[in-house]
Write a protein that binds this ligand. Structure first.
Ligand code: GLU
Length: 466
């Protein structure tokens, strides 16, 4: 194990967002690459908004993506005594103080500052007070007033904030609970985090956190702030742009390796390469190649990657992954064709498992209606002749493999002077109801001779009744 310790620190106030998943992925990759430790910490100090369902959803999303962690999950809510201890340390060292200013007074001061065009910040009324009046108080950090606070961001370079812009941060509320920025520092320091990789919406928190590290005598970790993910209209990616939850992508039929591959390329690049196995990602990942600008979420590219991974996936695994998508369509595979064989006929052309499931339905449910417009391209007498010729030939053979069936269709064509399209298309409609199905020989092999003949006979009945 190397010294590197990274963490993913989601707040459990919703599902695992694709942006969060990408942050988790970058942390995981760095830990894997450097033989470091990846820690999962649930930031649930906001008791009102944090839920158990949300914790479960985050853990499910991470497990589905295969982002296994080495330590945790740790819950901030278990560490209140620890935070209190450090608040006390700052008080004892004179680096924090009790502030008795009421919310009303602070609001009035803020309003006045805004009216006068000044930046609204705490004016330090209680900073030097020595009395201990009765009544509620918060505890504020006594932030340095002069100079500047900087940090070298691994992605964005050096970032400097003048200290006069940062007011005295509240580290403990009137009810005695610690505040967010304080807990993050105590956790990152006590968990000995060496590199903090997180979304760049936290850049503004960082100088305050750096000041706290310094005041407490903790080493300051390295920071890497990852730019946001945007929707096609360049606004921050949100539900408005489509699904943003990792689990929604699972349910829409994306493979975890496709989403991982998509997310790693969203903001990170390695030459012109687009396809990365997990091992390649780990081997090639480096923080220095994360771009400085925001990335735009492109569903078409995700579909393209998903199609790639579906095509190259082991059919047995795909069959297993397809099952919930079939059940949601009330399709049972029992007594029907072998699902692995079905998958093999569909995996070349499906972008998602949902699409694959939709296309698999006809194998298990014989068509109850037909594409009449497609049928109308042929005379009824031609159709009936084709079906008679094909069933006669099929009845005489077993249906072992695609190539003999291909040969059988060729013989039917040559004996009757038909072109392949004049035979294949009508049979495809009889077997699947429509024209968008896999190769005709593949369908026949998967359905088997008896079922094929049964469906063609049903079609013959349908045509005769017309
Ligand atoms: N809990 C924060 C969030 O979900 C992350 C804080 C951090 O990574 O420092 O945005």
């Amino acid at each position: 194990m190397s010294e590197l310790r990274v963490r993913f620190a989601p707040s459990p106030t919703g599902y695992l967002h694709v942006g969060g998943a990408r942050t988790a992925l970058f942390n995981w990759l760095l830990a894997k690459k450097q033989g470091g430790t990846f820690i999962l910490r649930i930031e649930d100090t906001d008791v009102e908004r944090s839920t158990k369902e949300s914790v479960d959803a985050i853990l499910d999303g991470m497990k589905w993506l295969g982002l296994e962690w080495n330590e945790g999950p740790f819950f901030q809510s278990d560490y209140f005594p620890l935070y209190k201890e450090y608040v006390q340390k700052l008080l004892d060292a004179g680096k924090a103080y009790k502030c008795y200013c009421s919310a009303e007074v602070l609001d009035a001061k803020r309003e006045l500052a805004m009216k006068e065009g000044r930046k609204p910040k705490y004016d330090g009324t209680c900073r030097e007070r020595s009395d201990q009046p009765e009544g509620p108080y918060v505890i504020r950090f006594k932030a340095p007033r002069d100079g500047a606070t900087s940090f070298d961001d691994l992605i964005k370079g050096t970032i400097t904030f003048p200290n006069e812009e940062l007011d005295d941060l509240i580290i403990q509320r009137t009810d005695g609970t610690p505040t967010y920025n304080f807990c993050v520092v105590i956790d990152d320091a006590t968990m000995k985090i060496t590199t903090v990789i997180r979304g760049d919406d936290h850049v503004n928190n960082t100088p305050r956190q750096v000041q706290l590290y310094e005041a407490l005598g903790f080493p300051v970790p390295q920071f890497a702030h990852v730019p946001m993910i945007l929707g096609s209209d360049k606004a921050r990616l949100s539900k408005r742009h489509g699904a943003t939850s990792v689990i929604a992508y699972r349910d829409m039929g994306y493979l975890p390796e496709a989403l991982m591959n998509y997310l790693v390329r969203l903001g990170w690049s390695c030459g012109d390469d687009e396809i990365f196995s997990r091992a390649e990602m780990v081997q090639k990942f480096d923080i220095g190649s994360i771009g400085r600008s925001a990335s735009v979420f492109d569903p078409d590219k995700l579909n393209w990657l998903n199609a790639h991974y579906i095509k190259s996936c082991d059919p047995e695994r795909l069959a297993h992954l397809l099952l919930p998508h079939l059940s949601s369509r009330e399709i049972t595979t029992l007594g029907g064709p072998d699902l692995v064989a079905v998958v093999k006929t569909l995996q070349e052309r499906a972008q998602t498992l949902e699409e694959m499931a939709e296309r698999a339905v006809f194998y298990y449910n014989a068509p109850t209606s037909y594409d009449d417009a497609a049928l109308a391209k042929f005379d009824s007498s031609h159709l009936l002749a084709v079906f008679a010729a094909v069933t006669a030939k099929l009845a005489a053979v077993d249906v072992p493999d695609v190539s003999p069936i291909d040969a059988l269709f060729k013989v039917v064509c040559s004996e009757n002077g038909w072109k392949m399209g004049q035979v294949g298309q009508p049979v495809r409609i009889a077997l699947s109801g429509g024209t968008q199905a896999p190769g005709i020989a593949e369908i026949v092999v998967v359905l088997g001779g008896t079922e094929t003949i049964r469906r063609i006979e049903k079609m013959q009945g349908y045509l005769s009744g017309k």
